[in-house]
Design a protein around this ligand. Structure first.
Ligand code: CAA
Length: 381
C-alpha cells in the first residue's frame, strides 16, 4: 500500500493544521472548562468545506477522499478533540449516510445544507437500553397516512442540542427485530421532539451530548432514509466508516500527547540535566512514537481501502480499536512525563486523557470492535 500523500491531501492537512492552531487552540481550555459549544469555529469549518469533506460537489460537498478526511480530522483533533467529534459525526455518520442511501428529495433538501456546513447533523441510534446491544431498539414508529409517528428516547447523542437534522433509528415492525428498524430524518423544532438534559461529561466537553425525546412526533414518509426495514443496516454500514473518523480523532490526541511530551522533556530539568537525557523518559517517548506510527498506518490503511472501494469493515474496527487504545496509553504517559504539571489544566495533557477515553467507547466500544474483527476473521477462513 502506497502512503505517499498527494499534493492536494497535504494541502488539506496544512489548511486544517493552520486553522486549528489559529482559530481553535486559543479558546480550547476555556471551552473545556465551561462545556461551551464552539459555534463560530464550526461555522468556519463549514466554510472551509470540512463538514462535508467526502460529499460530491453536486451536493454541496468538497469531493475529497477518506485519506484527506483522516488527515484533517487528525489535525483538528490534535488541537481540540471536541471539534473533532462534531466534524466527524457530520461527515461520517450523517452526510456519508445521506449521500449513499438518501432519496433525491433527501439529498436536495437536507444533504446540500449539511455538506455546505449551513446545517449540522446528528446520528441517533443509542438508547437507554441499546448501547452496544444496538438491535434492542425501543423507539417505535407507526404509520398514520403520509406520516410515521415516533415515540421513544435516544441517549448520548453528539451534537444533540446544536444539530438541525437528526438521523433517528426506530422500530417500525417489532416482530421483525433488527430487520424492522427504519431510519428517519427528523428536523429540529417539530412538534413532539424535545431535547433531554445536557450531559456533564468527563471529556470532549465542548461538544454537546444530550438525549432526544419523541412523543407522538409526526415525521413525513418521504423523510425515510433508504427504505423501511433497512435502518439497522444503514446504521452498521455508516458506523463502519465512522470508526475511521474516530480512529483519526484518537490519532490526533496521541500525536498531541507525544509532541507535548517531547517539548516538555527538552525543557524540564531534573538531577542537573533536561529530563530528555534520562533513559527512563527516552524509553517512554520511543514507545509512544512507535505506537503513533503504527496507529497512523492502521488508520490510513482503513481509509485507503474505503477509497479504493475494497472491503474495510474489519480494518476500520481494527483502526478504531487500536488507535483509541494507544491514545489513552499515550495520554497517560504524557501525564507521567509532565509529573505534577501534567495533572493541571494549563499543560493540556490531562485533557488529552479525558478526551481520549471516549474514543474507546463511542461508535462501538472496543469490546464491540473486537467482536466485529473476530466475526469477520472467522467468516473469512
Ligand atoms: N457492518 C455491516 N453490517 C453489520 C455489521 C457491520 N460492522 N455488524 C453487524 N452487521 C449486520 C449483520 O450482517 C446483520 O445483518 P443481516 O441481518 O442483514 O444479515 C445485522 O447487522 C445484525 O447483526 P448480528 O446478527 O451480528 O447482530 P448482533 O446483535 O449479534 O451484533 C453488533 C450486532 C455488531 C453488536 C451491533 O449491535 C453493534 O455494532 N453494536 C455497537 C453499536 C454502536 O457502534 N453504537 C454507536 C452509537 S453511535 C455513536 O456513538 C455516535 C457518536 O455519538 C459519536
Amino acid at each position: 500500500m502506497n502512503f505517499d500523500f498527494t499534493e492536494e491531501q497535504l494541502m488539506i492537512q496544512q489548511t486544517a493544521k493552520e486553522f486549528a492552531e489559529a482559530e481553535i487552540a486559543p479558546s480550547s481550555i476555556e471551552r473545556d472548562i465551561n462545556a461551551e459549544f464552539p459555534h463560530e469555529i464550526i461555522k468556519k469549518l463549514g466554510e472551509l468545506g470540512f463538514l462535508g469533506m467526502m460529499v460530491s460537489p453536486d451536493y454541496g460537498g468538497a469531493g475529497m477522499d477518506t485519506v484527506s478526511y483522516v488527515l484533517a480530522m487528525m489535525e483538528i483533533s490534535k488541537v481540540d478533540a471536541s471539534c473533532g467529534v462534531i466534524m466527524s459525526v457530520n461527515n461520517s455518520l450523517v452526510t456519508w449516510g445521506l449521500e449513499t442511501y438518501g432519496s433525491d428529495f433527501i439529498k436536495q433538501k437536507y444533504l446540500i445544507p449539511l455538506a455546505k456546513g449551513e446545517k449540522l447533523g446528528a446520528f441517533a441510534l443509542s438508547e437507554p437500553e441499546a448501547g452496544s446491544d444496538a438491535t434492542n431498539q425501543h423507539t417505535l414508529a407507526h404509520r398514520e397516512g403520509d406520516f410515521f409517528v415516533l415515540d421513544g428516547i435516544k441517549n448520548w447523542i453528539t451534537n444533540g442540542r446544536n444539530a438541525d437534522y437528526y438521523l433517528v433509528m426506530a422500530q417500525t415492525e417489532v416482530e421483525k427485530k433488527h430487520k424492522g428498524i427504519t431510519t428517519f430524518l427528523v428536523e429540529k423544532g417539530i412538534d413532539g421532539f424535545e431535547h433531554g438534559k445536557k450531559e456533564d461529561k468527563m471529556g470532549i466537553r465542548s461538544s454537546d451530548t444530550c438525549s432526544l425525546i419523541f412523543t407522538n412526533c409526526k415525521v413525513p414518509v418521504e423523510n425515510i432514509v433508504w427504505e423501511e426495514g433497512k435502518g439497522f443496516n444503514f446504521a452498521m454500514n455508516t458506523l463502519n466508516g465512522g470508526r475511521i473518523g474516530i480512529a483519526a480523532q484518537a490519532l490526533g490526541i496521541a500525536v498531541a500527547s507525544l509532541e507535548a511530551s517531547i517539548k516538555y522533556a527538552k525543557q524540564r530539568k531534573a538531577f542537573g540535566t533536561e529530563i530528555a537525557n534520562h533513559q527512563a523518559i527516552q524509553f517512554k517517548i520511543a514507545e509512544m512514537a512507535t505506537k503513533v506510527e503504527a496507529a497512523k498506518l492502521i488508520t490510513m490503511q482503513a481509509a485507503a481501502l474505503k477509497d479504493a472501494h475494497k472491503p474495510y469493515v474489519k480494518e476500520s474496527a481494527m483502526a478504531k480499536y487500536y488507535v483509541s487504545k494507544i491514545a489513552v496509553e499515550c495520554a497517560l504517559e504524557a501525564i507521567q512525563i509532565h509529573g505534577g504539571y501534567g495533572y493541571v489544566r494549563e499543560y493540556l495533557v490531562e485533557r488529552y486523557l479525558r478526551d481520549a477515553k471516549i474514543t474507546e467507547i463511542y461508535e462501538g466500544t472496543n469490546e464491540i470492535q473486537r467482536i466485529v474483527i473476530a466475526r469477520s476473521l472467522l467468516s473469512e477462513h
